[in-house]
Each structure stands twice: as C-alpha cells, then as structure tokens.
Design a protein around this ligand. Structure first.
Ligand code: FAD
Ligand code: NAG
Ligand code: NAG
Ligand code: NAG
Ligand code: NAG
Ligand code: NAG
Ligand code: NAG
Length: 523
C-alpha cells in the first residue's frame, strides 16, 4: 500500500513537541463506582489498531443511541506502537522527529488520508528528488536520479520532469525492457482497485480472513510468492530480482521468493507516498483524543479470562476489571497475555529488524566504502537485492541505507534497516569516522509472510476479538485500522444489532457513489 523507499524526504521544519498526555487518565476504581448500565469494552494496545478501534466505537456512538464505556490499555508510555519518532541527539527542541517504525502511507490508504484532513495534520509528500541505487553486495546494479518519476514515466508514460528523467528512463528501458514495468504496474493497479472497495458504502464485512480473500479474489495472490506470480505475468527475471526485490526488502525485509504476492504488490504501490509532519503517531493520538475512551498508559495486561456469567476479566497492572468484550490490538505472542486454555492462536513468527539511525557530516556514502571507484556517486537511497548472494556472491550487510535529509548545515540523518546489529565500528568505517548521534532499535516489525491460504481467527471467542489477525494478510498502519473497523462492526452487530454507520436508513450524509466516500467516516 505504500513504498517506504519514498522515505527519503525529511521532516523539513516543524519540530513535533514531545508527547504530552492529553488524555484523561482516571483510575479504574472511580470507574467501578459509576453506573454499570453501559457495555464495557477493553482494548489492549494503543497503536494503529487499538486507537482506531476506540475511534470507530466513538463514531458508532455518535450515530446510534448506544452507551459504551471503553478502556484502552497500553504497556508503553506513548501512543502509536510501531508508529513512533525519535529526535536526533534526543533533543526535541533542536531537531525534527525521525520515524523509527512505520514511515509512510499513500492516498489509497483512505482512513489515514482522511484522518490527516479531519484532524488538520499537515503531510509532507515525497518527491524522491535525489535518486536511488540498488546494491547487490558487490556492485551497484542500477542507479537513477529520480526513481518515482522514472517509475511513473515507464509505467504510465506520463511526461513530467526534465532531461535527466528521460535519461533515467532510457537507462531503465535498456536494462529492464518496456513490458516488465508495465505488467508489474498492472498487477499493482488491479490490487489497489480491489482494495478500494473496502471503503465503499457497502464494504465487504468478514468474520474470517479466508472470506475476505475470496471476496476480493486474492486467493491466488496469497498462495504464490511474488517472484513466481510476476513471472507468470510475463515480468522478466531481472526486473523481479532487482526493482521488485529492492521494494520487498526495504518494505518487508523479505526476498521476492519468500513473500506472498499480495504483500509483494503492496510494497510496490508508490504513487503519492506521504507522512504526517512531525510523526504519523499523531493520527493515533487524535483517534484516541476524539474517542470517549479512558487511556491507561504504562499499563500492561497480563491475562484475559472468562467468568461463568459471560464477562471477560482483564487483569493488568491496575488490577482486574470485567468487560463485555475485549479487542486484542497487538501481535498476540508479543503481549505475554495468558488466555483461557481453549483459545489457541497459531504461533506467528515476525521479522526481527534492526533499525539504526545516525547522523553524519558526509553528504553521501563514500564510494570507497563499497569498494567502488571514487568517481561513483552513491545515491542517498540505497536499496538491495539478494540476487548477488543467490548467484554465490555476498549478501548485502543491510536491507536499505537511506539519507533522510539535513538536520543542520552540515549534518544529515541516515537510516539503516538490517537483519543484524550494525556496529559502531562498521558505521565508522563506512562513514570515515564522521558519525555523530547513533540510535538503535530492534523491532518485531511485521510477520514473516510466506504464501498462505489460512489466517488467524478474528473472533477468538464470543466477545473476544483479535485485530492483528490481519497482519499476515497485509501488514500496514492502514490495514490495521481497517481490521479494527471490521471488528467493531462485528461487535456492534452482535451486541447492539447496529453498525458503525448506525441503522442503514440513517446513514446518508455524503453521496454514496462519490469517489471520495469512506465507509465509517461518511455515513
Ligand atoms: C521499521 C518499520 C517500518 C514500517 N514501515 C511501515 C510503513 O512505512 N507504512 C506502514 O503502513 N506500516 C509500516 N510498518 C508496519 C506498521 O508499523 C504496523 O503494521 C502497524 O503500525 C501495526 O499497528 P498495530 O496497532 O496493529 O500494532 P502495534 O503498533 O505494534 O501496537 C500494539 C501496541 O500494543 C501494546 N501492547 C503489547 N502488549 C501489551 C500488553 N500486554 N498490555 C498492554 N499493551 C500491550 C504495545 O506496546 C503497542 O503499543 C513498519 C513497521 C516497522 C517496524
Ligand atoms: C485533545 O482534545 C482536547 C479537546 O477535546 C484538546 O484541547 C487537546 O489539545 C487535544 N490533544 C491533542 C494532542 O490534540
Ligand atoms: C436512548 O436510549 C435510552 C436508554 O435505552 C432511552 O432512554 C432514550 O430515550 C434513548 N434516546 C433516544 C434519542 O433515542
Ligand atoms: C489547521 O492548522 C493550521 C496550521 O497548522 C492552522 O493555521 C489552522 O487554524 C488549523 N485549522 C483548524 C480548523 O484547526
Ligand atoms: C462475572 O463478573 C461480573 C462483573 O464483575 C460479576 O457481576 C459476576 O458476578 C461475575 N460472575 C461470576 C460467576 O463470578
Ligand atoms: C560535523 O561538523 C560540525 C562542524 O564542522 C561539528 O561540530 C560536528 O561535530 C561534526 N559532526 C560529526 C558527526 O562529525
Ligand atoms: C435488527 O435490526 C433490524 C433493523 O435494522 C430489525 O429488522 C431486526 O429485527 C433487528 N434484530 C434484532 C434481533 O433485534
């Protein structure tokens, strides 16, 4: 759904103020004293999935006369989960925030896109003005100055840009031919157009992901790896193993023959990549701020058990509390939550990703660090392919290495994604000792995404739902908000015989066939 390669551009100015708690943080004891008339729902996790679940419930309450009390439990001290920023030199006053996890989304991600409008958050778009290269561990197999211009030129034959992009296009045509980029683009366009039906006024609703795969006719995409799928579409090996693999590696840490073709196509949807100025996490803060939920930060949930009157008991750092329904909005095996024995969630491995952020006084990686002739200009976005290693060569030491703009007159911030830890010695060697601030983070970033035909359950038991069941299908911020929307609809139907949009006859504020209609917002 997005191309994280676009992440080049930088938070230009606008320093996000360090997060302050804007929420009421009442104590659970106080709640217990209140009338227990309303339905109580617990949400575990305040990332994209959990914060949006609270928001969707609040939207439903605006439209239906229902009383729901929502408590959001979040283990860490901030809102956003895998969407969060850090500040160079740990100085929010001096420097703009840099995304440490989820970086970008695209206009087709209609919930996030709409949220930035409604919440008056400014976006910064990525124009990819500085170029991209693909490194195979030994050589720079391909380099262009304007990747996105080049992709759109080649795939849609749009005429924009100056002489340089014609040069890039010629170079690319020479290397990859004419058909492969266009055939790949067609796969992506077909995928995106089906994806957009999820926002229509009569969106599919699903109680199993297998059903959604069926409805969107994505079973084939899900059951083949990206390389095999594209080959079947007539895309040549070189394009797949270089351009496509560079995208699957930077976006999902997978090679093309390891990742299912649906997620492969998602990693190739580059048009209009954008991010919220100051950090995407602000969308999730606003989701919660505009809900009526109580948000308990620094509060870990330890167990969820059922009592014999059909209530769910959530035990956390703050004690035990009973609920009519619970939404688990975090990858289950990372939560440490004990569930009743009869509930089993299949083990889901995640890609363990090292993110290394650092600053340097060098405006680009020196060519000699890659053993290339000194005259070679290394592009600011360096992606990688496994093709060298596949042919007996060396595996690149990183998945991607990208400049994220200037943070002062002579200092740039750089982001590396890698499978292994990047040592100080390695950084210093590669950047001639010109390394300032360094920040490391290890994430369980996204699921391991092999071709598959089965998915985790969405409804684990009556009143117990699991948002992150969606991640092995597609793992992005946007799709987590869609997963939670679907869950909230299921829940409302079961408990209140209504939907996010209220009863059908009430939902009619915007023309339903409008291209901009977004289910959940416009009803
Ligand atoms: C490096 C990186 C780059 C990425 N790039 C992109 C990108 O460019 N675009 C994109 O769309 N996606 C990207 N993603 C994926 C994206 O971050 C995720 O798909 C999305 O943010 C997941 O949201 P979530 O709410 O489902 O889970 P999370 O964000 O993981 O939220 C789960 C929350 O639950 C909390 N929690 C866990 N256990 C407990 C407990 N026991 N009690 C209470 N709270 C608990 C956690 O602290 C966490 O805050 C990227 C991910 C990474 C790591
Ligand atoms: C949350 O909402 C309140 C008013 O509803 C507002 O005053 C506050 O600034 C908001 N917080 C954030 C972080 O936007
Ligand atoms: C909302 O529901 C409450 C309790 O069920 C009821 O007393 C009230 O009249 C309802 N209000 C409206 C506007 O329907
Ligand atoms: C939206 O933000 C801009 C700039 O940040 C500000 O000038 C404007 O008043 C805001 N509008 C609303 C409705 O909050
Ligand atoms: C289950 O929990 C609810 C809410 O705390 C309580 O009213 C009820 O008595 C409990 N049932 C049993 C059998 O413990
Ligand atoms: C970059 O240069 C500035 C001024 O020349 C210096 O103060 C700073 O320490 C240098 N930073 C790094 C990372 O080398
Ligand atoms: C649910 O609502 C519909 C109208 O929207 C109504 O026809 C139906 O009888 C309701 N079902 C229950 C179980 O209340």
């Amino acid at each position: 759904m997005y191309l994280r390669v676009a992440l080049l551009a930088l938070p230009t100015a606008a320093l996000a103020l360090q997060f302050q708690l804007p929420f009421k943080l009442p104590f659970l004891q106080q709640k217990a004293l209140e009338s227990s008339q309303s339905t109580r729902i617990a949400i575990v996790g305040a990332g994209a999935a959990g914060s949006s679940a609270a928001f969707w419930i609040a939207k439903a309450q605006e439209r239906s006369n229902i009383s729901i009390q929502v408590d959001v439990y979040e283990r860490s001290s901030y809102i956003g989960g895998r969407s969060t920023v850090v500040y160079p030199y740990d100085d929010p006053q001096g420097y703009p925030g840099v995304e440490l996890g989820a970086s970008i989304f695209i206009p087709a991600n209609r919930n996030l896109w709409r949220a930035t409008h409604e919440f008056n958050l400014s976006r910064r778009d990525f124009h990819d003005e500085e170029g991209l290269g693909i490194w195979d561990g030994t050589s720079l197999v391909f380099a262009v100055r304007h990747f996105l211009y080049w992709v759109s030129r080649l795939t849609r034959l749009q005429a924009t840009g100056g002489w340089w992009s014609w040069w890039d296009t010629a170079k690319a045509l020479f290397r990859y031919g004419f058909h492969s980029p266009r055939r790949t683009q067609k796969v992506v366009d077909d995928m995106v157009s089906k994806f957009l039906t999820l926002y229509s006024s009569t969106p599919p609703k699903w109680s199993k992901l297998e059903d959604l795969a069926q409805t969107l006719e994505w079973n084939d995409l899900l059951s083949k790896n990206t390389a095999d799928w594209l080959e079947g579409e007539g895309v040549n090996h070189r394009f797949i193993s270089e351009i496509v693999e560079a995208s699957t590696r930077v976006n999902y840490g997978h090679n093309v023959d390891e990742i299912h073709a649906l997620e492969g196509a998602c990693s190739l949807a580059p048009t209009g990549a954008t991010a919220v100025d100051g950090g995407n996490f602000q969308i999730f803060e606003q989701f919660l701020n505009r809900s009526t939920a109580n948000v308990f930060l620094k509060t870990s949930v330890q167990s969820i058990t059922a009592n014999s009157s059909g209530k769910w008991i959530v035990a956390s750092d703050r004690g035990s509390q009973s609920y009519d329904a619970v939404i688990i909005a975090a990858p289950w095996q990372s939560t440490g939550i004990a569930l009743p024995e009869e509930i089993t969630i299949p083990k889901q491995p995640y890609v363990h990703l090292h993110v290394t952020l650092f600053s340097t006084n060098l405006s680009s990686l020196p060519a000699k660090s890659l053993n290339l002739p000194a005259s070679t200009k290394i592009p600011p976005m360096l992606l990688t392919t496994h093709e060298g290693a596949r042919n007996g060569g060396k595996e690149p030491e990183f998945n991607s290495l990208s400049y994220h703009g200037k943070i002062s007159d002579s200092e740039w911030v750089v982001k590396i994604f890698s499978k292994q830890r990047i040592s100080d010695e390695w950084l210093s060697k590669m950047f001639d000792g010109q390394v300032g601030w360094v920040y490391r983070k290890e994430w369980d970033a996204y699921p391991v995404l092999p071709p598959t035909s089965s998915f985790p359950q969405i409804k684990l038991a009556d009143g117990l739902y699991y948002s992150n069941s969606f991640e092995p299908f597609i793992s992005t911020m946007e799709t987590e908000t869609i997963s939670s929307r679907n869950i909230v609809d299921l829940l409302l139907e079961e408990h209140f015989n209504t939907t996010i949009c209220g009863k059908p006859e009430l939902s009619d504020t915007v023309q339903k066939d409008s291209d901009d209609y977004v289910y959940g917002w416009d009803c």
